[in-house]
Design a protein around this ligand. Structure first.
Ligand code: ADP
Ligand code: SF4
Length: 691
C-alpha cells in the first residue's frame, strides 16, 4: 500500500551535525536486560529496529569507566578497548539497514553501586548512595573532575571506533553524574563547579565541548537532558533552571533529546499518563535552539506524530516503548499500514526485564528479546508444515496470539470463544480504572485476525470435551491439533502465598473475587481488600471501590502496597494515589480470620490481632487454571486419536496463570512450535562465557 502523503513529513531526512538521519523516527536509548552480558542478542534486536525503519537506533546507558557500574544490571560497558567489539556488533547490525547508531555514555556518579568494582562511588559532594546500601560517595576533587573528562573523552573515541554515528552527553534521569553536578540539592561545591547555575553547568558544557572536539568531525554529539525533575524549586524545573540550561547551551550540541525525570516519570505507565504527557514540560525547547529536538511520550499514533512536527514541538519522534512493542512502526506508516501498528499499552513489563537483568520482553510483542536466541522476527514467521487444521479454544490474549501466529504461518485455524466478546482477561481488566489501553492487546489481534482468511472465529460458543471430539470429525471443521487457552479463575478461599489452607470463617461474610467485581457484582458497605497477589489487581480494585464511594481498607502482608509494581515503575504512584483517594492502607498485615461483620487482622511480625468492621471482603490471592477441558480430553486419548486429533496443549493462564505478557508469549511460542523441528535440549541459544 502507499502511505498517506500527509505523513510524508515524517520521512524527511534530518541533519544532525555531521550525519543525516533518513527520517524522523528516533529510537532513544532504552535498557533491555542484555547489555554487556548478551551482545549478540542486543545487536540482533537493535538491527531489527533499524530494519523496521527507525533512522537512529541507540544503545541503553553505557558505563564509561569502572568507577561507575550497577552490576548485576546488564547495561553497556565501555571501559577499555576490549569492550569495543561487542558494541561494534550493534553498530554493524544497525548500519546494515541504513540507520545511524547512537550511544548513551553514562557515569552514574553516586547512583553507582560499584558492588563489582569495589571502588567508592564519586559525586560532586559527599553523599549517601541512592540505594539503601551502607555506602557514601566521596566528593570529587579537581583531579577527579579532570579524570572524569578524560574518561568520557576516551569513551567517546572508543564509541567512534566501534562505529557509532551519534554520541550522547547524558544528563537526564536522576542517576547521572552530570545531573548531580547540575542539581543544587546534590552539588554543594564552593569552587567553580558549584554554587551558581553557570558553575553547576560548567562540567556539562565542558563535556559537550570535549566530545565535539574528540569525535565531532564524524559523529554527531547529542545531549540528553531532563528539563523537569518534579522536585520543586530545589530541583531542575522546566519553568526555571531547566529552561535556563537549555538557553545557556542551546547551540552547543548537535541534537537535544529532552525529557522529564526520574525514570518513572519519563516512562510513566498508561495507568497514570497518556500519550504525549511530556509535552507541557519539553514544549519550550525548540524555541531556544536551531538544533534538532527529540522528545518522547509513548507515541503510537501517526496523527500525534504529525501534529508534533507540524506544531514545532520536536523534529524527531523519540520512542523507546513504542519501538519495543512494534519495531516496524515507522515502516508501517511508510507503507500505509497504520492500522497494523502494534501499539504499546504502557504496561511497563519491558521495564521489569531490565530490572531483573533478563532479556527484554513485551506484552504486545512476543518476539522482543527473542530475536537472536530463538531467531524470532516480529514480522516474519516460519511457514506451516502441513495442511492440518488447528482448533484454538479461548479468545483471551493467549488464544488470540496463538490463532494469529498460526494463521500467519498459513494454518487453517478455528478460534472458539465462549463469550460474545474477544479478549478474555484483557477485555475484562481494561474496564478497570487506568487500564483502558490494555485493550490494545485484543484490538490489534482482532484486526489482524479479521484480515486472515485462514482463521475463522466463533464467538459465543462454550465448547465441552465431547463437542471438541465430535467437531473434529466434521468435514466442515476438520482439525488435527487442539490448543486450549481457557484462562484462569480467581480463588474464593484465600489460598495464596500467605495461606496454604483456606482462610477460616469465610462463610460468615460476603466474599468477592476480582472476577466478581469485573462481572459487575455489587458490593455493599465497608470493604476490606486482601491483596496477596501483589501486582496491580489489589490496588486497582481498591481504587475502583473507593471511587464508587465505599470505605476501603486495603490489607496486604507485603511491606508496600502492590509491591510488584515497583518493577513497572508504578509503586510510588499507586500508593500515593490510594492515600490521596482516602483508601486506608494496612501493609505488613495478614487476614487471619473472618467473623460475622468483621475481619481479624494480624501483624505479620508479631501476630498481634486487631478486629475491623467489614461488610464485603475482596480476596485477591491465587488463580485456578481452567484446565478441566484438558484433563477431560487427556483421559480420552483413544477417542482423540480416533477423531484424528494428533496434539493437545494448554497455553497461557490455563497452563500456568501469570501476566498477560506471559499468556501472549505462551500462545506465540505454541504457534511457532506447532509441527516444528524437534528442539535441542535447551530450546534457545545462550551467550556462553568463553573459557
Ligand atoms: P489467557 O490469559 O490465557 O489468554 P483468558 O482468561 O484471558 O486467558 O482467556 C481465556 C478465554 O477462554 C476467555 O475469554 C474464556 O471466555 C474462554 N473460554 C474458557 N473456556 C472456554 C471453553 N470451554 N470454550 C470456549 N471458550 C472458553
Ligand atoms: Fe509497551 Fe508494555 Fe511492551 Fe513495554 S511491555 S513496550 S509498556 S506494551
Amino acid at each position: 500500500m502507499k502511505r498517506d502523503p500527509r505523513f510524508d513529513i515524517l520521512f524527511e531526512p534530518v541533519n544532525i551535525g555531521p550525519v543525516t538521519a533518513r527520517n524522523r523516527f528516533f529510537q532513544v536509548p532504552h535498557c533491555n536486560g542484555m547489555g554487556y552480558v548478551r551482545p549478540k542478542s542486543l545487536a540482533e534486536m537493535r538491527g531489527i529496529k533499524a530494519e523496521g525503519g527507525w533512522s537512529v537506533v541507540c544503545t541503553e546507558e553505557v558505563w564509561i569507566h569502572h568507577s561507575s557500574e550497577n552490576v548485576p544490571l546488564a547495561e553497556g560497558i565501555l571501559w577499555d578497548d576490549g569492550d569495543i567489539p561487542a558494541l561494534a556488533k550493534m553498530t554493524e547490525a544497525v548500519h546494515k539497514h541504513g540507520s545511524l547508531a547512537g550511544i548513551e555514555l553514562q557515569h552514574n556518579g553516586y547512583c553507582s553501586t560499584n558492588h563489582y568494582s569495589r571502588i567508592p562511588p564519586i559525586a560532586p559532594s559527599a553523599i549517601s548512595v541512592n540505594s539503601y546500601d551502607p555506602v557514601q560517595a566521596r566528593a570529587m576533587d579537581k583531579s577527579d573532575i579532570r579524570n572524569f573528562r578524560k574518561w568520557h573523552r576516551k569513551a567517546a573515541l572508543r564509541a567512534k571506533q566501534a562505529g557509532f554515528d551519534l554520541i550522547y552527553v547524558y544528563a537526564a534521569h536522576s542517576g547521572t553524574l552530570l545531573t548531580h553536578f547540575l542539581s543544587r540539592r546534590i552539588n554543594k561545591r564552593t569552587d567553580e563547579y558549584g554554587g551558581s547555575l553557570e558553575n553547576r553547568v560548567r562540567l556539562f558544557r565542558e563535556l559537550i565541548e570535549d566530545t565535539k572536539e574528540a569525535v565531532g568531525d564524524r559523529c554527531a554529539v547529542a545531549v540528553r537532558f531532563a528539563v523537569e525533575e518534579f522536585l520543586g524549586p530545589m530541583g531542575i524545573t522546566s519553568e526555571n533552571e531547566g529552561r535556563e540550561i537549555v538557553e545557556m547551551l542551546s547551540e552547543l550540541p548537535d541534537l537535544w533529546d529532552v525529557n522529564i525525570s526520574n525514570w518513572s516519570k519519563d516512562s510513566a505507565s498508561s495507568r497514570f499518563e497518556s500519550e504525549g504527557h511530556q509535552e507541557p514540560y519539553i514544549g519550550f525547547v525548540k524555541s531556544m535552539t536551531s538544533k534538532p529536538v527529540v522528545g518522547v511520550g509513548r507515541f503510537t499514533s501517526p496523527d500525534t506524530m504529525l501534529s508534533l512536527i507540524q506544531r514545532g514541538v520536536m523534529d524527531m519522534i523519540g520512542a523507546a516503548r513504542p519501538s519495543i512493542a512494534d519495531p516496524f512502526l515507522p515502516k508501517k506508516i511508510e507503507e500505509g499500514l497504520i492500522e497494523e501498528i502494534r501499539e504499546c499499552i504502557g504496561c511497563n513489563i519491558c521495564v521489569m526485564s531490565d530490572q531483573f537483568s533478563v532479556p527484554i520482553r513485551c506484552t504486545q510483542n512476543p518476539t522482543m528479546g527473542e530475536e537472536w536466541r530463538r531467531g524470532w522476527h516480529p514480522e516474519r514467521i516460519n511457514p506451516r508444515k502441513s495442511d492440518d487444521g488447528v482448533l484454538v479454544v479461548g479468545g483471551g490474549p493467549s488464544g488470540l496470539e496463538c490463532a494469529l501466529a498460526l494463521g500467519q504461518r498459513g494454518y487453517r485455524v478455528i478460534l472458539v470463544e465462549a463469550s460474545a466478546e474477544l479478549g478474555g482477561r484483557v477485555s475484562r481488566e481494561s474496564r478497570l480504572p487506568g487500564l483502558a489501553e490494555w485493550g490494545r492487546v485484543r484490538d490489534y489481534r482482532r484486526l489482524m485476525l479479521e484480515r486472515l482468511s485462514e482463521v475463522s472465529i466463533y464467538p459465543e460458543n462454550h465448547l465441552s470435551a465431547e463437542e471438541i471430539i465430535e467437531f473434529s470429525a466434521e468435514d466442515h471443521f476438520d482439525f488435527s491439533h487442539v490448543l486450549l487457552a481457557t484462562g484462569a479463575t480467581w480463588r474464593r478461599d484465600g489460598i495464596g502465598r500467605k495461606h496454604r489452607e483456606p482462610i477460616q470463617g469465610l462463610e460468615q461474610l460476603p466474599v468477592f473475587t476480582p472476577d466478581d467485581i469485573m462481572d459487575g457484582v455489587s458490593v455493599k458497605g465497608k470493604v476490606v481488600v486482601f491483596d496477596d497477589d501483589h501486582f496491580y489487581m489489589g490496588g486497582v480494585l481498591a481504587e475502583k471501590l473507593r471511587r464508587e464511594g465505599h470505605e476501603v481498607l486495603l490489607v496486604t502482608p507485603a511491606p508496600e502496597i502492590s509491591i510488584w509494581t515497583k518493577w513497572t515503575l508504578e509503586q510510588i504512584q499507586v500508593q500515593k494515589q490510594l492515600i490521596e483517594l482516602g483508601v486506608e492502607l494496612a501493609p505488613q498485615t495478614d487476614l487471619a480470620a473472618v467473623h460475622a461483620g468483621m475481619v481479624e487482622l494480624s501483624c505479620v511480625f508479631t501476630d498481634r490481632r486487631t478486629e475491623r468492621a467489614c461488610d464485603s471482603l475482596i480476596l485477591i490471592s491465587e488463580r485456578f487454571p481452567n484446565d478441566e477441558l484438558s484433563q477431560l480430553l487427556e483421559v480420552e486419548s483413544e477417542k482423540l486419536s480416533g477423531a484424528g486429533i494428533k496434539t493437545l496443549k494448554c497455553i497461557g493462564d490455563c497452563h500456568a496463570p501469570a501476566t498477560i505478557a506471559a499468556a501472549v508469549y505462551s500462545g506465540h511460542l505454541a504457534a511457532r512450535e506447532l509441527q516444528a523441528e524437534p528442539q535441542e535440549e535447551v530450546p534457545f541459544l545462550r551467550e556462553r562465557i568463553q573459557i
